[in-house]
Design a protein around this ligand. Structure first.
Ligand code: FES
Length: 71
């Protein structure tokens, strides 16, 4: 069972490295991909249990903010 809270901005998303969601968002917004974020923070370099959570977060962040239809 995954007990990591991935929603709150200050939630630790990688318990091995102590990486917070807000750190990942900031690095993503600076143009880093998962490999670069992993090297920078240490996330995904321990048990690997956070990989899907972080990939999901990055996919969410990559979506356009406005999803309204444009005709
Ligand atoms: S929880 Fe991220 S590497 Fe273990």
């Amino acid at each position: 069972m995954n007990t990591i809270n991935t929603n709150a901005e200050d939630a630790i998303i990688c318990s091995c490295s102590g990486t917070k969601r807000s750190q990942i968002e900031r690095l993503f917004n600076q143009g880093m991909d998962l490999d670069e974020i992993s090297r920078w923070t240490g996330a995904v370099s321990g048990c690997g249990g956070c990989e899907w959570d972080i990939e999901g977060l990055l996919l969410t962040l990559a979506k356009p903010a406005d999803n309204s239809e444009q005709l």
